[in-house]
Design a protein around this ligand. Sequence first.
Ligand code: SF4
Length: 198
Amino acid sequence: MGTFDTVRKNLEDRGYTVRVFATGAEAAAYLDGAIDGRTVGFGGSVTLEQLGLYDALGKHNTVVWHWRQEAAAARREAMFTDVYLSSANGLAETGEIVNIDGIGNRVAATLFGHEKVYFVVGRNKLAPTYEEALGRARNVASPQNARRLGKKTPCAVRGDRCYDCRSPERICRGLVTLWGPMLGMETEILLVDEDLGL
Ligand code: SF4
């Protein structure tokens, strides 16, 4: 049985289009072929950075990413691009997609404003149940992101788990769980059989 057999079926049952790739490079090549002549917004994502999609897609699309452009303007502009790209902080084998955000642009953009949203998800994001996917998002992804961003939070200092802190630098301000594709917006999930992102 493949890594993604169960989650693929459960995502498809929920109405998502799902594709499985052996490598991130193959997923990136697929997106580079599928997205052409569009406006493309990027969510903050180590996965997307690892795949080099900003540079690749930028050769034949209008790309908008607050990691590479003036941040506040890019966050706003990316809310209404044709296409939006994101990863996930946790993906349950039962099909729930979990994301935590500090400013909110990434989670908001996965809910509304585009013709199509793609989630690129490495195998390390997968968890057996919703509770474990939520636990991964809170206790693995968020502390690693806080550390990456150099935040003064207990999770960034200790690097072991979430402390549900009240720090002014807390990066976890909102949580979105997708139970299915939002109505009126096509959503495609690319599952990659490599570790990608945090
Ligand atoms: S709530 Fe605070 S302690 Fe928990 S992961 Fe987020 S920033 Fe770290």
